[in-house]
Design a binder for this molecule. Sequence first.
Ligand SMILES: *[C@@H]1O[C@H](CO)[C@@H](O)[C@H](O)[C@H]1NC(C)=O
Ligand SMILES: *[C@@H]1O[C@H](CO)[C@@H](O)[C@H](O)[C@H]1NC(C)=O
Ligand SMILES: *[C@@H]1O[C@H](CO)[C@@H](O)[C@H](O)[C@H]1NC(C)=O
Ligand SMILES: *[C@@H]1O[C@H](CO)[C@@H](O)[C@H](O)[C@H]1NC(C)=O
Length: 330
Amino acid sequence: FLSDDEALYMSHTGAVGQTVIYPFTSTCAVRGSTVTLPCTFTPRKSFNDGWREVPLKIVRVRWCKNHAICQDSTPSVYDSNPANIDPRYQYLGDKKTNCTLQIRDVQQRDKTSFRFRMEADHHKGHFTNQTGVNVTVVDSSKMRIISSSDDKKVSRGETVTLLCASVCTFHQLEVTWFKDGHALSDTGPSLHLSPLTAEDSGNYTCALKKSMETLSEPYSLQVEAGGLFTDGVLRLVLGVVFGLLLAVILLVLFTFIIKRCRNRVFEHPDSIYSNMVKSAQTEAAQQQEPGRAAEDVSYASLQFKQKKQEGRRLQAASDDVVYSSVSSRG
Ligand SMILES: *[C@@H]1O[C@H](CO)[C@@H](O)[C@H](O)[C@H]1NC(C)=O
Ligand SMILES: *[C@@H]1O[C@H](CO)[C@@H](O)[C@H](O)[C@H]1NC(C)=O
Ligand SMILES: *[C@@H]1O[C@H](CO)[C@@H](O)[C@H](O)[C@H]1NC(C)=O
Ligand SMILES: *[C@@H]1O[C@H](CO)[C@@H](O)[C@H](O)[C@H]1NC(C)=O
C-alpha cells in the first residue's frame, strides 16, 4: 500500500497505476466493413480515504465518440449500464482488463475519435485516456486482389493465395469471393488454393460482405493443364538419370578397388605387360613407385586390349571394359 504522502502526490499527478492502452491510435475502415479497436485497461485497485485503504471495483465501462472525457450524460456508443442499444457497436471486452470495441457496418459518421472510460464504485476509480482512437472511413473503395504468385499462369499442384485488400488495413475483414461470378463459401480476406487443379482456372473477384460496390476488378487465374504431367515426367527423368549416375559411380569405384587388389598380386608381367611398362614408364619411376606403375600400366593395357580385342588374356577383362567405356564418356 502507498503511504499518505505518496497517495496524495499520485492523485494529483494522476499516476495511480490506472491505464487504458490503445495499441492502434488510428485505424482505417472501408464503409460497410467491420473494424476492431483493440484496447486494454488496468483499473486502480484502491484509494486512501485518509484513514484506510478502500478497495475499488469497476462497475461501468463505456465508449464514446468524439468526446474528450466521455463522462456523465455524454452519449456513448457502448455503455454497460444500461446495456447498449446500437448493435453496430459490440463490446468484446470485460470489466477487468479488456476494453476491445468492434464496429460493424462502418458508416461515414464513424469517422471520428473513440475513447474508452471506466467507472468504479467510487469516483477516484474513474478514468478516461484522452488519447483515443481516430477512425478514418474510406467511402466504398474498390477492393483489389493481390496474388502470392507473380505469374498469372500457374501449374497444377502448385499453391496460390489470393488476398482481398483495399487502401485501408484491416484488423478484421469479412469478404465475399466470387469465381466467374459465382459466390464461394470462403469469407476470409485470403483465399488459399492448394493444390491447384484445372477447375481453379477462372476470373476471381472479391468484395466486402454486403457491399457489392467494393467489388474488385477480376483477377484471371490460369492453371496450366500440362503442369503436373510435365512436372512428373521431369521428376521421373531426373530420378532415373540420378539413379544411373549413382550406379555407374559405384561400379567404377568397385572396379577400381578390385583392380588395385589384383595389381598387388600380379608381380609377373607377361610379354604384353612388359612392353607396355617400357613404353609408359621410365625404369627409375618403376623402381620408386612400383605400385603406382603397375596401376598405370594395367589401365593402359586395358585401353590397348579393348582396341585390339585381346581382353580375354586377363581375368579382369569384363570389369575393364566397363571401366574404360566409363572413362571415355568422362
Ligand atoms: C493513453 O493511451 C496511449 C495510447 O495507447 C498510451 O500510450 C498511454 O500510455 C495511455 N495513457 C494512460 C495513462 O493510460
Ligand atoms: C486524432 O485526430 C485529431 C483531430 O482530428 C488529432 O488532433 C489527433 O492528434 C489525432 N490522434 C491521433 C492519435 O492520430
Ligand atoms: C480482448 O478480447 C477480444 C475479444 O474476445 C480478443 O480478441 C482480444 O485478444 C482480447 N485482448 C486481450 C489483450 O486479451
Ligand atoms: C475471364 O475474363 C476474360 C476477359 O476478361 C475472358 O476472356 C475469359 O473468357 C474469362 N474466363 C472465364 C473462365 O470466364
